[in-house]
Design a binder for this molecule. Sequence first.
Ligand code: FNR
Length: 391
Amino acid sequence: MSNFADFQNEIYLGGLGGVLPELPMTAAGLEARAERELERSAFAYVSGSASAERTASANRAAFDRYRIVPRMLRGTTGPGARDLSVEVLGTRLAAPVLTAPVGVLELMHEGGEVITAEVTGELGIGTVLSTAASTPMEEVGAVAGAWWYQLYWPSDDDLARSFVERAERAGASAIVVTVDTPTLGWRPRDLEVAHLPFLHGKGIANYLSDPVFLDRLAAPPHESQEAMQAAVLTWIGLFGNHTLRPADLAHLREWTDLPIAVKGILHPDDARQLVDAGADAVIVSNHGGRQVDGSIAAIDALPAVVATIGDRADVLFDSGVRTGSDMLIALALGAKAVLYGRPWVYGLGLAGRAGVRHALRLLLADFDSALGLSGCATPGDLNRSLIVTSR
Ligand code: FNR
């Protein structure tokens, strides 16, 4: 049974006359406050998208064209009436949400990945840990509840294999291969402040703690500044894999027994090829508009992918989710779960642990409320019949 929607009672009924929340109560409010309070280059890195940022805007605008047609008198609104839990890729979640993999969380808060893993564990949802994390995966795995490992497949298969085997040993329960970022998109906000965190040795903790990566270096990176610079140069050479093809999933399948999800898919033919090549799931995502500006809004790409492979593999979704209704729409269109991106990252930057918790509880409460008020008791009750498009 879920009681995420009780968050509002805490606020209205807390104390005698209600408790004013310390943080904004919307994702948009968190972003606005983050823009005011966070360091410029850190905010630029998180908020920035590719080029004119049309796809980032389209991700939001497209949601607005899908409308929910709620059902009434179904007994789904009372105490204990709903159960939000789901099982996705063999992972049990208290609600169909995982935090999206977001690299370089140290820009927001030291120990950001550990905090996020602990908070998601407390809430019973999942977290996807980025290859570009600021904390080695073993430290995160030691405190996390349900977590998946996101692989940026480097141009060195020994290193890729090492990452995957480390993740499995550290307790990850699925591997998410992100395929839309063999190289970074054109990101004016970062360019304007000439800031790429990796070149400052940030977001490469999983590399610096990897025996295969260390083996590629002439000297241990922490020995001197020159050695660290050499490590960063090695990282530049290894980060992207431009030769990766769907058939390479067969290697991943040899390296691990964990379920494999491929993230960054928009075209149904890509989804089909990847499922043919052995993917257990695809994640429809345009990386929050950070890669190809002008590309299709992620929610507009979801229905065709579900129609093409939904009977053979799970489809998950991210890019532009900001409210419970966004989540509801994505699930009603066939996603099994959503990955939640920027809003909790702003929460982390604004208020550390309390901020991540606040941002995630906003989404969960909003979704719980929207689900019940739409006449659904579980995420499994959601389907296309609850959605119309308004052009
Ligand atoms: C990301 N994203 C991302 N994805 C991934 O697979 N590995 C990564 O390391 C990162 N890093 C990252 C950093 C930052 C600052 C952002 C904003 C995003 C993409 C992320 O997982 C997700 O696809 C998007 O955040 C979804 O878009 P919205 O909903 O956050 O706008």
